[in-house]
Design a protein around this ligand. Structure first.
Ligand SMILES: Nc1ncnc2c1ncn2[C@@H]1O[C@H](COP(=O)(O)OP(=O)(O)O)[C@@H](O)[C@H]1O
Ligand SMILES: [Mg+2]
Length: 258
């Protein structure tokens, strides 16, 4: 069974950057193979990982529902969809990426969704780690058949509203009945120290950040130039914060395992 890590938060709070740096840590520590899943409708994890994505699962579903479908003779619809799903997977040494994307049509995807769930669940069995980049609503996470998440990182930017989003996601986790082993609030893009207003809101909501990720000009520049965040140096401020966090997470897992 893969160790499942999921990152959630609202748009622009630093999720994709955090997911990328988690992948960087896991990969550099030889904990491979890794499956990265981009479950944000506004998908860009591939760009941050330096992988080029040509198809998304959403596009595939649109094609599957539409007229364009051209199933080879002798192949069932299910086998064809399964085959096509494999072509959506982008492979690289130690790291594969599945991009969910967004379907364009208004059609009901009940049947293909069933196959996707099965595909995603079976797929993750082939990996040591899965790292999933989610939007705040956690749409895809809630649709999975097995909903266990080992570490859920709840990301906020350096704002009071962001902190409130963390609390809302925590409520969502409960109402979706997700089984989450560790919930880890993270405040990202912090310029120097936490603002007292952010600290006050964290206290009020009884949220204790597991990590503070500093504002990092180097990361920002890499992102701007569309350079892979996996190539950031060990000295990058954000890399150091994420490495520390991951070290603590894995230590906690070791000590709490039977
Ligand atoms: N620690 C950081 N320091 C500086 N800029 C950051 C940091 N984390 C993210 N950013 C920048 O903030 C923007 C949004 O980050 P991103 O990770 O794409 O957020 P999300 O996936 O939540 O939308 C990007 O331009 C990114 O380069
Ligand atoms: Mg993103």
């Amino acid at each position: 069974m893969a160790f499942n890590i999921a990152v959630a938060g609202k748009g622009g709070c630093g999720k994709t950057s955090l997911a990328s740096l988690i992948i960087r840590y896991v990969k550099n520590n030889g904990m491979v193979p890794i499956l990265a899943v981009d479950a944000d409708a506004n998908a860009n994890l591939g760009e941050s990982l330096g992988l080029s994505v040509t198809h998304t699962v959403g596009e595939l579903l649109d094609e599957f529902q539409g007229e364009k479908l051209n199933i080879p003779p002798g192949m069932t619809k299910e086998a064809y969809l399964d085959f096509k799903l494999n072509t959506v997977l982008v492979e690289s040494p130690g790291l594969d990426l599945l991009t969910m994307g967004r379907g364009e049509g208004p059609e009901c995807y009940c049947y293909p969704n069933l196959i996707i769930r099965k595909f995603a669940d079976e797929l993750s069995d082939n990996y040591a780690y899965t790292v999933m980049d989610n939007e705040a609503g956690m749409e895809h996470l809630s649709r999975r058949t097995t909903q266990n998440v080992d570490a859920l990182l709840l990301v906020s930017n350096h704002s009071v509203k962001g902190v409130r989003t963390i609390a809302r996601i925590q409520e969502l986790v409960t109402s979706l009945k997700l089984v989450v082993r560790m919930e880890l609030p993270v405040i990202s893009m912090v310029p120097g120290k936490l603002d007292p207003l952010v600290s006050k809101e964290l206290d009020r909501l009884e949220i204790e950040p597991a990590a503070i990720i500093p504002e990092d000009e180097e990361l920002y520049q890499y992102d701007l130039e569309l350079k892979s965040l996996l190539e950031l140096p060990d000295t990058s401020k954000a890399v150091r914060a994420v490495d520390d966090l991951m070290g603590k997470v894995l230590e906690k897992v070791k000590t709490s395992s039977p």
